[in-house]
Design a protein. Structure first.
Lengths: 114, 112
C-alpha cells in the first residue's frame, strides 16, 4: 500500500543553518505530496504541497520539490530560525478515487538553538 | 473566522470508562475526520463523517464510534478505554470530503 518514510529525528541545528528533512514515498501513480508542521501544543498545519512531478511547493521560506525519479519530497530551508522548532510530517493522500485522508509519516522533530 | 475547535483540551479517564470528544468544524466546512496521534508518532486516521454518515474508516476497533450533527459538528466516542488509547485526538474539517483539511489543536486523552 501507499506509505511515507521520513528521516528520524530529532534534527538539531543552530539558527541560520541549512535544513533538509528527507521524505520518500511509495504510491500508486503520482499523487500530490504534502508537508505538515505541528508546533508545540498545537494541531497540524499544512506547510506546503506539490500536485505533480517536478512541482516545487514553497511557504515561509521552506521548499520541497516533487521528484518522481527518486520518489522523494525532501523539505529544505536555507536559514532556520528558533521559531521553526516543531515536528514536520510528510504526507500523501490515498490512491486516485479515494477521499482526502492524508497518510502521514512518523514525523521529524526539528530543534533550533539560538 | 473561527477555525476548527475541539473540546475539551485535556482529559483524564480511568481504564474501562467511556469518553466523548467534541469538534466544531471551520466555518463553511461540512466534512469532519478524526485522527489518533500517539506520542512520537504521526496521526492515524480513525474515520470521516459527511452528511451525518460515516464515509471512511481506518483500522480501529468498534470501541471507537462517532456522530455528526446537522450543524456539521462531530463527536468521537471511545468505549471500554484501554491504557493504549492515551493519545492526542485530532479533528480535521474540510469541504465535500476532497479539499484541504484544517486541523484543530486536539484533545489530549490520558487513560490511567
Amino acid at each position: 500500500g501507499d506509505s511515507v518514510t521520513q528521516m528520524e529525528g530529532p534534527v538539531t541545528l543552530s539558527e541560520e543553518a541549512f535544513l533538509t528533512i528527507n521524505c520518500t514515498y511509495t504510491a500508486t501513480g503520482y499523487p500530490s505530496l504534502f508537508w505538515y508542521v505541528q508546533y508545540p501544543g498545537e494541531g497540524l498545519q499544512l506547510l506546503l504541497k506539490a500536485t505533480k512531478a517536478d512541482d516545487k511547493g514553497s511557504n515561509k521560506g521552506f521548499e520541497a520539490t516533487y521528484r518522481k525519479e527518486t520518489t522523494s519530497f525532501h523539505l529544505e530551508k536555507g536559514s532556520v530560525q528558533v521559531s521553526d522548532s516543531a515536528v514536520y510530517f510528510c504526507a500523501l493522500p490515498p490512491p486516485l478515487g479515494g477521499s482526502y485522508i492524508p497518510t502521514f509519516g512518523r514525523g521529524t522533530s526539528l530543534i533550533v538553538h539560538p | 473566522d473561527a477555525g476548527v475547535t475541539q473540546s475539551p483540551t485535556h482529559l483524564i479517564k480511568t481504564r474501562g470508562q467511556q469518553v466523548t470528544l467534541r469538534c466544531s468544524p471551520k466555518s463553511g466546512h461540512d466534512t469532519v475526520s478524526w485522527y489518533q496521534q500517539a506520542l512520537g508518532q504521526g496521526p492515524q486516521f480513525i474515520f470521516q463523517y459527511y452528511e451525518e454518515e460515516e464515509r471512511q474508516r481506518g483500522n480501529f476497533p468498534d470501541r471507537f464510534s462517532g456522530h455528526q450533527f446537522p450543524n456539521y459538528s462531530s463527536e468521537l466516542n471511545v468505549n471500554a478505554l484501554l491504557l493504549g488509547d492515551s493519545a492526542l485526538y485530532l479533528c480535521a474539517s474540510s469541504f465535500l470530503m476532497n479539499t484541504e483539511a484544517f486541523f484543530g489543536q486536539g484533545t489530549r486523552l490520558t487513560v490511567v
